[in-house]
Design a protein around this ligand. Structure first.
Ligand code: LLP
Length: 456
């Protein structure tokens, strides 16, 4: 059954423009106007539609439950996490996928139940693994032969038996940007199925009494729209589980098929919805298990972007504008906003595209070719290379860029010593900071002025 609330556009559910002409009108999110929010909290700000976050989390979980009867949803913390969001996830009773000691620390600070945490990463340090095991993290996803040993030894030294998955690379070439495609053969992550490394690693895990091998995992990449990639990966993993059963006379009970579900970033795009992709994956898993006489494993998924991405809109203040005449004689307007590649590196890093909207007033001016740029000292600091925006955009106007919730704040930097923006959660007309804006004092706090000392 379609979840009618689930918006597959780039907008969060409670984002509204004050008139029909939504591309130049006063914008509000959950009843809070962009202008009011900037007045209260400054700019730029990430505005997170809390109700939309809850709705999307529930929709992914519901799709799992409907398709499989049960299952485990892990929210991928790397897409965006802070203590308050971890508290929401705890309240929603879903799991959390963390991939560093830092993300784990946020979860623990939120008193997130450790047993619902899954710990990823291709190079977890001894400290990170020890902290994870001491904190009684539910599952550690092992990524390499070195790590099989490392996790086994640390668990043994702590007198624990640690539940683990192995991350496998199913050899699927997901159609997405190379840097976010993770399951073809030539990548740093996981054990290749095709080369036999996966089966060798599974055998190796079985030889350590301090490891409780519970299942296998794969994540084929990110921002993927084709259901077929997920289906093919699931089938290859089911094959691995069947071979394991044949060799070890034991079934591994769990299968994690990762995240990566694509969302809309621009007006023309449409997100992949949970109730289209999960039933399709369930169908291939069920039929493969049936054919191979394998019990259907407990399925888990790890969406990050698909949950938090569309919940958040960045609001910027326009600081300067200029027009340039291009070689073909056409005019391009440059609109500079008060952020840029430091809080949204995705256009510069992946060539990611976004849409922008005038957010503080209506405009009936004709639209012109506009380039939205940041305030950083390099010409590649471009948020949107070419978009039609009202020609009268001027200093003091607000621009909104939707769908910035995933990998925006979480990949933000302090380039040019620009403090990272705050995240404001909005709900039913009220607003609160859930991550405060960094200050110049925060940044200066890191500077150390001291005499050099001899290392012993
Ligand atoms: N699980 C694993 C093991 C992952 O590595 C990732 C993302 C996810 C789940 C969540 O994927 P999602 O559902 O959010 O697509 N910085 C890039 C994305 C990198 C994704 C890394 N891993 C971007 O801005 O597009």
């Amino acid at each position: 059954m379609a979840n009618t609330n689930y918006s597959t556009s780039l907008f969060s559910t409670n984002l509204k423009f004050s008139d029909e002409n939504q591309y130049g009108a006063e914008l509000s999110i959950a009843g809070c106007s962009a202008a009011q929010l900037v007045k209260e909290f400054g700019s730029p700000i990430f505005v997170l539609d809390q109700d939309d976050f809850f709705m999307r989390t529930n929709a992914w979980r519901a799709a799992l439950n409907t398709s499989f009867g049960s299952g485990q949803l892990y929210y991928a913390a790397k897409s965006f996490i802070c203590v308050e969001v971890a508290r929401w996830l705890k309240q929603l009773k879903v799991g959390l996928d963390v991939c560093s000691g830092g993300e784990l620390a946020v979860a623990l600070a939120a008193e997130f139940p450790a047993s619902d945490i899954e710990f990823h990463g291709n190079n977890k340090s001894v400290d990170e693994i020890s902290t994870a095991i001491k904190s009684a993290v539910g599952t550690i996803v092992i990524d390499s032969f070195d790590e099989v040993e490392r996790v086994a030894e640390i668990a043994k030294s702590l007198g624990k038996i640690q539940k683990v998955y192995l991350r496998l690379t199913p050899g699927i070439d997901a159609h997405t940007h190379e840097f976010i495609s993770t399951a073809h053969e030539d990548v740093k992550f996981g054990f290749s199925i095709a080369s036999g490394a996966a089966s060798e690693a599974l055998d190796k895990c079985m030889s350590y009494p301090s490891l409780n091998l519970a299942g296998v995992h794969c994540h084929i990449g990110s921002q993927i729209f084709e259901v077929s990639g997920f289906e093919a990966a699931a089938m290859r993993l089911i094959d691995v589980l069947a071979k394991f059963r044949d060799q070890h006379a034991k079934e591994l009970p769990e299968l994690n098929i990762g995240g990566g579900y694509g969302i809309a970033y621009t007006k023309g795009e449409r997100a992949i919805a949970p109730d289209e992709v999960i039933p399709a994956i369930a169908k291939v898993i069920k039929s493969a298990c049936d054919k191979l006489k394998l019990s259907i494993p407990k399925i888990s998924i790890e969406p990050g972007r698909a949950i938090v991405g569309p919940t958040t809109t960045t609001i910027y203040l326009v600081g300067t504008t200029k027009s340039v005449t291009l070689e073909d004689g056409s005019i391009r307007k440059y609109v500079s906003v008060d952020g840029g590649m430091s809080e949204n590196i995705r256009p510069a890093l992946y060539g990611a595209t976004y849409s922008a909207f005038l957010a503080n007033r209506s405009s009936t001016a004709k639209s012109i070719s506009t380039r939205v740029v940041g305030k950083h000292c390099e010409s590649g600091d471009i948020l949107i290379s070419d978009i039609q925006l009202p020609s009268d955009i001027k200093i003091g106007d607000l621009l909104a860029i939707p769908a910035t919730g995933a990998y925006g704040r979480s990949m933000a930097s302090n380039y040019n010593h620009i403090p990272r923006p705050s995240v404001i959660a909005v709900l039913n007309g009220s607003a609160r900071e859930i991550l405060r804006r960094e200050t110049q004092a925060d940044l200066l706090n890191l500077d150390v002025i001291q005499a050099p000392r001899q290392l012993s």
